[in-house]
Design a protein around this ligand. Structure first.
Ligand code: PFF
Length: 472
């Protein structure tokens, strides 16, 4: 797909599958349930859904549109478009931000995908069969407390990712998503039946969909917004690169709606599977990053054909992570090729090695360096603002990328597409009726930027600080 040649996706469906392959990943099945659990459930889910509809969807349309109009890597695309509309080529910074964000995200994404890989042989050898919650917990703790094991799986996953990236992604990617995504979906449906059988299904659904706003903090709102960007792969140029291969006649609006819908569906299904299991086994909703590695093995270990389904499930989870990780690093690799004028193979090896090194920070934050934490709390007369609490290196990376870099990238995309790009261009690209175009323009001009800025300021305690000053 790359090397500067402007190939195009063979059909709209292929684009939708590839973009869905990027969107659906660990974010949906691993991260969504655990951050929902950490932020008290329903209210978080509601804010997340609101962010998907009012910020995520319009920004996804904007990002695909910029990609298709520029038809280059994110840095060059932004420079080219800025020039076209008579603006500063400093907009190339947006592409830069994306290259760095993708690099940082992959460094920890690969470690977690490594956990999923480690669970494949465990599942296949029926390690969890008949185990209770405490025993499953022990298996997980033994894995993450062993740095050498984590390094092994992290290396393997990254190797697989970089192999595909080195070959150029398109061929393999198209096939992987065409077959594997539907299979993952079918397995999720099977697991829903298991969750129904626990007797706690309604309790899980209630937890997910009954908002209790007393349980959500300003930082929770920031996490919900950051996650909307993360789960849709927005704000860092990944979807822009995919959009750059989109044929001109494809409807960007329809494709975006399809991708956002499928992504949200997978996340909600995962939640409806995990939480009934949590309640049925008196587990902690706020168990953090280990949540699915404790609940799902419990389910598989106690159901008919659990060994088979469990193995298949973790294989598919690894594939879902794989199709996402390729899109995470593609912007960085294309940038390295262009800047240093080296082959795709060399660029992949160098980038891969740097990501691997960076990944060690995450590996050690679960064992050797788990005590190295930082906290950042702002106290005002309107309350305490906890920006980070006992954050390990992994927490810090996750916070910096999901909660700051991606929303910032998204904000810039919205401002560019809504305010600076000539409307004749955006109208021509989007090709939707005037009503929908106006609605889109309203969302990217006002709603998305204002929401991102307010949530930012609020989570950083700045709004409370200003109130304190004004009222003094
Ligand atoms: N959307 C992916 C997930 O939910 O797992 C993660 C991701 C992929 C984020 C690509 C950003 C990105 F550009």
């Amino acid at each position: 797909m790359s090397d500067g040649k402007r190939e195009q996706w063979s059909s709209r469906l292929v684009f939708i599958l590839a973009a869905t392959g990027s969107a659906v990943g660990l974010g949906n099945i691993w991260k969504f349930p655990y951050i929902t659990g950490e932020n008290g459930g329903g209210a978080f889910v509601l804010i997340y859904l609101l962010c998907i509809a009012s910020i995520g969807l319009p920004i996804m349309m904007a990002e695909i549109m910029l990609g298709r109009r520029g038809r280059e890597d994110p840095v060059s695309t932004m420079k080219k478009l800025a020039k076209e509309s008579g603006h500063s080529s400093a907009w190339g910074i947006l592409g830069w931000l994306g290259v760095i964000a993708g690099f940082l995200i992959l460094s920890y994404y690969s470690v977690i995908a490594g956990w999923a890989m480690a669970y494949v042989p465990k599942m296949a050898s029926a390690t969890f069969s008949g185990l209770n919650a405490t025993q499953v917990d022990t298996v997980f703790s033994e894995l993450v407390s062993n740095p050498m094991l984590l390094i092994f799986w992290h290396s393997l996953f990254l190797f697989l990712t970089m192999t595909i990236v080195a070959k150029g992604v398109r061929g393999g990617l198209e096939k992987a998503v065409t077959y594997l995504m539907p299979m993952l979906f079918i397995l999720l449906i099977i697991l829903i039946f298991y969750a129904m059988d626990t007797g706690y299904f309604m309790q899980g659904v209630h937890y997910l969909f009954n908002p209790d706003f007393s349980k959500i903090s300003t930082d929770g709102v920031l996490s919900a917004m950051g996650h909307a960007f993360f789960t849709l792969s927005l704000g860092m140029g990944a979807i822009m690169v995919y959009g750059s291969y989109l044929p001109n006649k494809t409807s960007i609006a329809q494709a975006s709606i399809a991708v956002a819908f499928m992504d949200t569906l997978v996340a909600l299904l995962a939640g409806m599977i995990i939480f009934p299991i949590v309640f049925a086994n008196s587990l902690e909703t706020g168990a953090g990053p280990g949540l699915i590695f404790k609940t799902l093995p419990l389910a598989f270990g106690n159901m008919n054909y659990g060994t088979l389904f469990g193995t298949l499930f973790f294989v598919l989870l690894v594939f879902a992570a794989w199709t996402s990780s390729i899109s995470l690093i593609e912007p960085a690799v294309t940038w390295v090729i262009k800047t240093f004028k080296i082959s795709r193979l060399k660029a992949s090896i160098i980038t891969g090695f740097l990501v691997w090194l960076m990944g060690l920070m995450t590996v050690f934050s679960f064992n050797l360096a788990s005590d190295f934490t930082i906290s950042s709390v702002i106290s005002t007369t309107h309350g305490e603002f906890v920006i980070l609490k006992n954050a390990t290196a992994f927490d810090l990376l996750d916070y910096l990328t999901s909660n700051i870099m991606l929303p910032l990238g998204g904000l810039m995309i919205a401002i560019y597409a809504g305010w600076l790009m000539k409307s004749q261009y955006s109208r021509a690209e989007l090709d939707i009726s005037i009503f929908w175009y106006r609605l889109w323009l309203f969302l990217v001009r006002y709603i998305a930027p204002v929401m991102v800025i307010v949530v930012f300021l609020n989570a950083m305690g700045i709004i409370a600080f200003i109130r304190t000053v004004v009222e003094a």
